[in-house]
Design a protein around this ligand. Structure first.
Ligand SMILES: NC(=O)c1ccc[n+]([C@@H]2O[C@H](COP(=O)([O-])OP(=O)(O)OC[C@H]3O[C@@H](n4cnc5c(N)ncnc54)[C@H](O)[C@@H]3O)[C@@H](O)[C@H]2O)c1
Length: 285
């Protein structure tokens, strides 16, 4: 049995989440293989990680001497069979069940017995994704829901599927601690815990604007100064995009009913293309 500190890590999906998940493991001394569908995605990810490191050094978050060893500990590939000797692989591809299913069953076929597959899905039940691996792998399948930006946010929601073994839960929790994260164990319910809390607030924030109670920027100010939030709800919707928020609220509404019904103003703004994100008009601009 490999010791936790020697765990070889695989990450599939070198996007916003996967690249930084690779980074936080490499920073803790793990060898990491980062996989994506094509070379441009991988070189863009490595360029982004270099930028994050440089900014982190300038702000005093990282030692400059760690830059070269950390970045060289991340090997990139477009071939999932190169993850074969990983002890734990994090899946962070697009949020589509068919795409995740294909990646997960390919991983199941090439990983050694006992290797853990951890999915970073935000909305697909872990027990559903666990059904895409064979019976022998199911005890080794788990959810690890990281938060963006992964290099700064320390929370990880750890979500066992119905079939996940206690040993896999304990190894995953220990590994999260070892890479400097704080895991919380959450039951496999739609939205897990944090998104349920967050979207109740986002929905109420939009309702306040609909009722003319306050402007988006005043509500943001109120949440920052009155509740100690680092970002207000409208800044957060602009950062993550209103279209993604609407998509998550539709899923929560399907699961829980009225309390997550997306507000008409949010739908209207998404229809108008005012979604925020890069270069698009949002609530604040
Ligand atoms: N963005 C967030 O704030 C956030 C937060 C928590 C969880 N998540 C979840 O993390 C996952 C990834 O989200 P993201 O925001 O990083 O997405 P992203 O679009 O930035 O990155 C996804 C990456 O997966 C790659 N990919 C797609 N299909 C692939 C395949 N078959 N094989 C290999 N690579 C493939 C894409 O090329 C892309 O680089 C999703 O499940 C999402 O729900 C996202």
């Amino acid at each position: 049995m490999t010791e936790l500190k020697d765990f070889r890590i695989g990450v599939v999906g070198a996007g916003l989440m996967g690249a930084e998940i690779a980074l936080v493991h490499a920073l803790s001394g793990h060898q990491v293989v980062l996989a994506d569908r094509n070379e441009p995605a991988l070189s863009a990810a490595m360029a982004r990680l270099t930028g994050i490191f440089d900014k982190g050094i300038a702000r005093g978050f990282y030692e400059s001497s760690l830059k070269a060893p950390t970045l060289t500990a991340i090997r990139t590939t477009t071939d999932l069979s190169e993850l074969a000797d990983s002890d734990l692989v994090v899946e962070a591809v697009f949020e589509k069940e068919e795409i995740k299913a294909e990646v997960i069953s390919t991983l199941d076929g090439c990983l050694k017995p006992g290797a853990i597959i951890a999915t970073n899905t935000s909305t697909i039940p872990i027990t559903v994704l666990a059904s895409h691996v064979g019976e022998g792998r199911q005890p080794y399948f788990i959810g690890t829901h990281y938060f963006s930006p992964v290099s700064r946010m320390t929370l990880v929601e750890v979500i066992p599927a119905l079939q996940t073994s206690d040993e896999t839960i304990s190894t995953t929790l220990r590994l999260c601690h070892a890479i400097g994260k704080t895991p919380v164990r959450i039951k496999d319910v739609t939205g897990f815990a944090v998104n349920r809390l967050l979207h109740v607030m986002l929905i109420e924030a939009v309702r306040l604007v609909e009722e003319g109670v306050a402007s988006p920027s005043d509500i943001d100010q109120a949440c920052r100064l009155g509740l100690g939030h680092p970002l207000g709800p409208f800044e957060l919707m602009d950062a993550t995009t209103s279209s993604l928020c609407l998509q998550v609220q539709d899923i929560l509404f399907q699961a829980y009913g009225e309390r997550f019904r997306p507000r008409p103003l949010l739908k209207q703004r998404v229809q108008a293309g005012y979604v925020g994100g890069r270069g698009k008009k949002g609530w604040r601009a």
